[in-house]
Design a protein around this ligand. Structure first.
Ligand code: NAD
Length: 348
């Protein structure tokens, strides 16, 4: 039996009403009975007005400071660009609010440490938005690997290919740490989680096939990245990122263990196969977007956060997990810049 120590209804302030913010807002308003959005913050007036009208009429704010001054919420969901995460999360924690923080946790390990310290000092919960850990397939695979079904994992291979060009801030290394952070943070968290071991060395290489044709002339821009990892337990890993890949949204993992192999995910978005002409062959729909592929993951991660607040438990993925993913991104970024493999000890 679980004991409820927190509020019956967890009231949220949505900080950032853009793409990810709207996914979480839909979860909190439509899918979870123990949660509600009672305030929204966005620096952009148009986005703020639209989010306020949809989710918290009469409670829209231009800054988190203004929202904190008015109060009326127990927790924040921070879905703003990465370079704003640390400041906003620390402000929310100091204001006594529980913090759900989107990945990547922050730009640097010092920022991660500041967020973790602020939450600990304020006694508020902190969860990082790695929703793949709550996807039914990823979760089942994790539990079956832990149960020994494929034996000790030896190699884990994870890919994320997204259809669209990332927004400008996510292409700016100074504001985002690049695609490795923006897209592959999920893979970097998952390979560590599924391998059950911390990486010790990273080698990343990039390529740029599509930037020029799409008008991106930033010399740091890459649309393709491959990362190779070695784990503390001797295992090996690889992570592939492609954005834009054009063909749809694709997130799959393969884990080879001493006794067998496990594959997570499928390109097919629906169990429909059609054939309309014999030369065209069989056709089946692919996942088009990340909200579609991980619909359940987004709901379940938020349910976990709300349950942890109500029951006084520490959520996972924790600040330490978020910090690990940032460390791997920083090692990969240095590997790209210096064209060599980089040990985690060099960035930790
Ligand atoms: N978990 C996932 O699958 C997933 C998917 C997409 C994005 N994300 C993450 O969510 C975050 C936001 O990404 P997005 O694609 O939604 O971005 P976005 O650009 O669509 O939205 C960000 C919003 O934040 C607002 N904003 C910026 N600075 C602000 C500030 N200081 N205070 C208040 N509002 C501010 C902007 O005006 C904008 O409306 C990023 O960390 C990204 O990595 C996660």
């Amino acid at each position: 039996m679980t004991t409820s120590t927190g509020p019956d209804l967890v009231r949220f302030c949505l900080v950032g009403g853009g793409r990810a913010g709207r996914v979480h807002a839909a979860t909190l308003t439509r899918h979870l009975s123990g949660a509600a959005i009672t305030a929204v913050v966005d620096a952009d007036e148009g986005v703020r007005q639209a989010a306020e009208a949809d989710f918290a009429p009469g409670h829209g704010y231009a800054t988190i400071a203004d929202a904190l001054e008015d109060g009326g919420f127990d927790a924040v969901v921070i879905t703003t660009p990465t370079f704003t995460h640390a400041e906003l999360a620390v402000q929310a924690a100091k204001g006594g609010k529980h913090v759900f923080l989107e990945k990547p946790m922050a730009l640097s390990l010092a920022e991660c440490d500041a967020i973790i310290a602020a939450c600990e000092e304020a006694g508020v919960r902190l969860q990082i938005g790695f929703m793949r850990r709550f996807d039914p397939e990823f979760r089942a695979a994790f539990e079956r690997i832990e149960g020994g079904e494929i034996g000790q994992p030896m190699v884990v291979k994870s890919l994320t290919h997204g259809p669209g060009l990332p927004p400008p801030w996510a292409r700016d290394l100074a504001k985002s740490n690049g695609m490795l952070a923006e897209v592959n943070s999920h893979d970097l968290d998952c390979v560590r989680w599924l391998m059950g071991s911390d990486p010790i060395r990273v080698m990343s290489e990039t390529a740029n096939f599509k930037g020029k044709a799409r008008g991106v002339d930033d010399p740091d821009f890459y649309d393709t990245v491959l990362t190779q990892l070695r784990f503390d337990n001797g295992g090996l890993g690889s992570v592939s990122g492609i954005c834009p890949c054009d063909y749809g949204y694709d997130a799959r993992v393969e884990i080879v263990g001493e006794k067998g192999i496990m594959q997570i995910g499928d390109m097919r978005g629906q169990a429909i196969v059609a054939c309309t002409d014999r030369d065209g062959g069989l056709r089946t729909p692919i996942y088009r977007t990340w909200p579609q592929r991980f619909a359940w993951g987004y709901i379940e991660e938020m349910r976990h956060f709300v349950d942890c607040i109500r029951e006084g438990r520490d959520p996972e993925p924790s600040g330490a997990d978020g910090r690990w993913a940032v460390a791997l991104v920083l090692a990969g970024r240095r590997s790209i810049a210096e064209d060599r493999s980089v040990t985690i000890a060099e960035v930790m």
